[in-house]
Design a protein around this ligand. Structure first.
Ligand SMILES: NC(=O)c1ccc[n+]([C@@H]2O[C@H](COP(=O)([O-])OP(=O)(O)OC[C@H]3O[C@@H](n4cnc5c(N)ncnc54)[C@H](O)[C@@H]3O)[C@@H](O)[C@H]2O)c1
Length: 441
């Protein structure tokens, strides 16, 4: 099958590379010339484990190429995927669909034969209808079926998720389109990945419902972590105790500094806007958004408290800046709110991240960056573990205690047992357990 992937970001690049690995002929298109030039030189524009090998192998095999020429890529394809961004619209928080609609118009003009136009971007319910209208108006004679096929991959595990998905959701009522989609995903459902066909609007909604539910699970455990601190419980044991119940499941029950990233924050907001527009309020999701926003900034205040309530003139080193490990994505990362809260309180902030510094630098003015966690920590008054990268899971705590100005260690990911931290000569502060000097210890 000849496939054009319009938009070569996290989703477009991974999906395009994986489709080519299944044996399809894929052309990835992007408007960003520097991104396409880099890819044509064999350089990855993003950090994603395994991506460079996957791309290199398929480029060498002649099944994967990169271009800025949408006309040519689309003109020769039987399936055209839209994988452009749908960020929050400034002002009202609804999904900004200008990239999707812009791509739909360009695709309509470039279509030469019958094709499926597949929306992989996360788009509010009804967007497929609008894409169809745009294509019909722009190219009245075009034979195109507009299908919804939301993507569920997680950054950091994107290739594995794409190749071994829990399910593939395809929204279409047209049998010819369904047949083409079956053909595209055949290698996966031979591997037993359930291919689920639904109406287009239902498929669009499934994606938002999934993200809102996961954001709710995270937020639920985060609030319970606060309660554990107040009453003398241990959130990790509570999470294990409830997660072993199959009806609940153990995933997404790890208390932390609040969810961030390129999807949950914007998708929960966009879903709320849809709910508002259709007068079907989603009160639980409304609370999740509010609680999570407040939590990210509260984490900065927690560090100030760990410093004895005064951060002015103090130096704080943040270890791990990306919104989660194994990605360089900084979009809506909790570290951004923490930095802001600390700087507002007068602290000098340092940052270390194994892959995210290049992305973080322009988003964190005033932060001093280091290429090594110990250099970042040397002379600091507090170290805060913000993102649990593997390289930060076995820190030499004694070395930190020796080299820091004050031995304050704030573990926002519960990586280190408090006992180990204190044994190394550091003072432990964390989440989901009462402070060590509280009445509960
Ligand atoms: N990042 C994730 O983990 C993830 C997971 C599932 C779904 N999604 C959804 O997938 C979509 C894409 O997300 P992303 O993170 O890959 O975005 P991204 O910002 O990394 O990439 C989008 C790309 O589209 C390009 N683009 C925009 N308009 C174009 C056009 N008309 N022609 C060609 N290229 C164009 C941009 O230059 C950019 O490179 C979003 O809707 C997102 O919500 C993302």
């Amino acid at each position: 099958m000849r496939i054009a992937m319009v938009g070569t970001g996290y989703v477009g690049l991974v999906s395009g590379a994986c489709f080519s690995d299944f044996g399809h002929d894929v052309v990835c298109v992007d408007k960003d010339v520097s991104k396409i030039d880099a890819l044509n030189r064999g350089e990855m524009p993003i950090f994603e484990p395994g991506l460079e090998d996957l791309v290199g192998r398929n480029v060498r095999g002649g099944r994967l190429s990169f271009t800025t020429d949408l006309d040519e890529a689309v003109g020769q394809s039987e399936a055209v995927f839209i994988a452009v961004g749908t960020p929050s619209r400034r002002g009202d928080g609804h999904a900004d669909l200008s990239y999707v609609f812009g791509a739909a118009e360009e695709i309509a003009r470039a279509l030469r034969g019958p094709a499926v136009v597949v929306t992989k971007s996360t788009v509010p319910v009804g967007t497929g209808d609008e894409v169809e209208r745009i294509i019909c108006e722009t190219a009245p004679g075009a034979q195109a079926w507009v299908v919804s096929n939301p993507e569920f991959l997680r950054e950091g595990a994107a290739i594995e998720d794409f190749k071994r998905p829990d399910r593939i959701v395809v929204g279409t009522d047209v049998e010819e389109a369904a047949e083409l989609m079956r053909e595209i995903y055949r290698p996966l459902y031979l591997n037993k990945a359930p291919l689920m066909f639904t109406g287009r609007r239902t498929a669009e909604l499934i994606k938002y419902a999934a993200n809102a539910f996961l954001a709710t699970k995270i937020t639920f455990i985060n609030e319970l972590a606060d309660l554990c601190e107040a009453v003398g419980g241990d959130i990790q044991e509570v999470a294990r105790g409830i997660g072993l119940d199959n009806r609940i499941g153990s995933k997404f029950l790890h208390a932390g500094p609040g969810y961030g990233g390129s999807c949950f924050p914007k998708d929960t907001l966009a879903l709320l806007k849809t709910a508002e527009d259709y007068q079907a309020p989603l009160r639980i999701v409304e609370s999740v958004v509010k609680v999570n926003d407040a939590r990210k900034r509260a984490m900065g205040r927690r560090v100030v408290q760990a410093l004895g309530g005064e951060a002015r003139g103090r130096t704080v080193a943040l270890l791990g800046l990306t919104f989660k490990p194994n990605t360089d994505d900084m979009r809506d990362a909790p570290s951004l709110s923490i930095v802001q809260a600390l700087q507002d309180a007068g602290a000098a902030v340092r940052g270390y991240d194994p892959e995210g510094i290049e992305q973080a630098r322009p988003m964190m003015p005033g932060v001093e960056f280091f290429d090594n966690p110990y250099r970042a920590a040397a002379g600091a008054d507090a170290v805060v573990l913000v993102t649990e990268w593997d390289v930060l899971r076995a820190l030499d705590l004694r070395r930190l205690a020796r080299e820091m100005a004050q031995p304050v260690f704030v573990d926002l990911r519960s990586v280190y047992p408090p006992e180990d931290v204190e044994e190394a000569g550091l003072r432990w502060f964390g989440i989901g357990r009462p402070p060590r000097d509280s009445a509960f210890q």
